[in-house]
Write a protein that binds this ligand. Structure first.
Ligand code: TA6
Length: 303
């Protein structure tokens, strides 16, 4: 894998995009343009933070206890869950949410969009380890466009001769004032698998609000979701395509404490996950020779 100096030479963009070698040994891409700042760890193509210039606080949350280490996922940001979501269907030893977020990705291209936003595209690097968990021929790329809007496109290309099925997510942690003070609209009337204490199919009545652990997989919905945060005087819009499931998650205090990396003691209160997903009934069959893209656009609007 290339180091920061080699990446800066080939893909750096003066004043917009620089690569640095982190003390953890991982490489990080730093974005800074007239519209926003962001940081992305090349391992996992893991966007760790995003803050539009218009916002006094980051929009994508990163735990203050987040640790960066080879082969380990980072708490917060927008983890890429692929090629399955949640536990593996049959192999308990395989990592939850797939392996994509803990393996190297290589930079393929960078550029400046017509509106001045900064683009970076990465491809997952296959290895004996990944092939041991997923034997299908494919290319997986993440393209990130950092501007006043954050656009993330996760593309799976089936380069083989047979169809395969994937589960996937952009498992994004959004920064909020306090979990008990926000509400999420866009999922009214949708069915969801309630994962708290089991797995029961229910129907959403009204906006989603939070007073305890919430871990819900909303199915058969392509709806845009909005986080209404009156205390931070902003809304966060999550608009997606190529995704039929949405996960809403807060661990609440007991689980957050057990996890230990949610920003003790109450960092968990300042985030909510609104994840753009294909899971359970909505897993995706990618036919041989075709591509499938999961695309999400995040914007923050001030009240
Ligand atoms: O998307 C919600 C969820 O599946 C929760 O059940 C919880 O496990 C969360 O993801 C975090 O998972 P992680 O593997 O990143 O600790």
């Amino acid at each position: 894998m290339k180091n920061a100096a080699q990446l800066n030479k080939q893909f750096g963009i003066a004043g917009q995009l620089t690569f640095r070698d982190d003390a953890s040994g991982l490489v990080v891409a730093d974005f800074s343009n007239t519209q926003a700042t962001a940081a992305l760890c090349l391992q996992g193509a893991h966007l760790m933070s995003w803050q539009p210039k218009s916002q006094a606080k980051p929009v994508v949350w990163l735990s203050r206890d987040a640790k960066m280490a080879a082969g380990k996922s980072i708490r917060g940001g927008a983890p890429v869950c692929w090629p399955w979501f949640g536990a593996h269907a049959s192999e308990a030893t395989f990592p939850g949410h797939g392996y994509a977020r803990t393996v190297p990705w290589q930079v393929m291209e960078s550029g400046v969009e017509p509106n001045g936003a900064t683009r970076l595209t990465l491809r997952l690097v296959d290895s004996d380890k990944t092939r041991a968990q997923w034997e299908h021929s494919c290319n997986v790329e993440l393209s990130v466009v950092v501007g006043e809007t954050l656009r993330m496109s996760l593309t799976t290309e089936n380069t083989g001769t047979h169809d395969f099925v994937i589960g996937e997510a952009l498992h994004t942690y959004l920064q909020i004032s306090d979990i008990a003070s926000v509400r999420v609209t866009g999922l009214e009337g949708c069915e969801y698998w309630d994962k708290v204490g089991g797995s029961v199919l229910k129907k959403q009545d009204g906006a989603v609000t939070f007073a305890s652990e919430v871990d819900r997989v909303y199915i058969n919905t392509a709806n845009e979701c909005v986080i209404h945060d009156d205390k931070l005087k902003r809304r966060i819009h999550i608009k997606k395509s190529g995704s039929q499931s949405t996960v809403v998650w807060t661990p609440w205090v007991e689980k957050a404490t057990k996890m230990g990396d949610m920003g003790q003691p109450d960092g968990w209160r300042e985030m909510v996950c609104i994840e753009s997903v294909n899971a359970i009934e909505n897993v995706v069959t990618v036919a041989a020779g075709t591509k499938h893209a999961l695309v999400v656009e995040y914007t923050a609007s001030s009240l």
